[in-house]
Write a protein that binds this ligand. Structure first.
Ligand code: DGL
Length: 273
């Protein structure tokens, strides 16, 4: 294996997966990372699982054509809709997926009352039901889908009045129920952690799964002998199915570095080569 390892493909409905990519960049700075944001279809959360599954399969094919060897589904909604299907369809490809971090929340909550924030599709999926069944017995879970929040974050309004209103509407009733832990079950939400923490106060822990996902990615790369070993930073490249310049702008802001951005168009249900 060459010192530069293999490229890792990462995808999300939009900019949310950048919260995962940011953690990967910090843990795996030498790895080449190729990111796809499906902004033509964001938000995924209110869509059917079947529709999100079809998008996810085609995006995976696109990333594999571009040389990715391992795929990180940096989207809870796409993981809920498609992770199992992707593993069956591409058996030779290792996948890292997201699931709401109910397990560490249930293990560490002292009040045994936990708030979970995720999209409607994530809550509908079998993955979430199985996580709750396996890990949350004895813990009371309070759920909210934060309608409209993904759009606010896509637009870069991380501290806007509407963002605050959506978060307060969800979190205040949870606080009244004595939650002491909030699980971020959507990769867009870590970008509003400062506001969430301000609303819930310092005594409530907010769980961002991104560092754990980066560690799992590193474990899989090591297992396959694909970990980049060189000193220099890996190459970052970004593709959006939406307009390029707003993506490039928010990318620099959310990631703290800039990189080339390419625009692609869906042609009915297909992406170009
Ligand atoms: N960032 C995504 C997730 O983790 C998708 C949000 C959306 O597009 O609704 O669920």
């Amino acid at each position: 294996m060459s010192e530069s390892g293999v490229p890792v493909g990462v995808f999300d409905s939009g900019v949310g997966g950048l919260s995962v990519l940011r953690a990967m960049r910090s843990l795996l700075p030498a790895q080449d990372l190729l990111y796809f944001g499906d902004q033509a279809h964001v938000p995924y959360g209110p869509r059917s699982l079947a529709e999100v599954r079809a998008f996810s399969e085609e995006i995976t094919r696109f990333l594999l054509r571009r040389g990715a060897k391992l795929i990180v589904v940096a989207c809870n909604t796409a993981s809920a809709a498609a992770l199992q299907h992707l593993r069956l369809t591409f058996p030779q490809v290792p996948f890292v997926g997201m699931e709401p971090a109910v397990k560490p929340a249930a293990e560490t909550s002292r009040t045994h009352r936990v708030g979970v924030l995720a999209t409607p599709a994530t809550f509908q999926g079998a993955l979430y039901a199985s996580v709750v069944e396996r890990f949350a017995s004895g813990t009371t879970i309070f759920q909210d889908t934060l309608p409209g929040l993904v759009n606010e974050i896509e637009a870069g309004r991380l501290e806007g009045a509407e963002t605050r209103r959506i978060l307060e509407k969800a979190l205040r009733p949870m606080l009244a129920e004595q939650i002491d832990t909030v699980v971020l079950g959507c990769t867009h939400y870590p970008f509003v952690i400062p506001l969430i923490q301000e609303i819930v106060g310092p005594a409530v822990q907010v769980i961002d799964p991104a560092p754990a996902i980066a560690r799992q990615t590193r474990r899989l790369l090591e297992q396959h002998g694909w970990l980049a070993q060189n000193e220099a930073n890996g190459f970052l490249s970004f593709v959006t199915s939406g307009p390029v310049s707003p993506f490039a702008k928010i990318l620099t802001r959310l990631l703290g570095e800039s990189a080339p951005v390419e625009g692609v168009r869906w042609n009915s249900s297909n992406l170009p080569d």
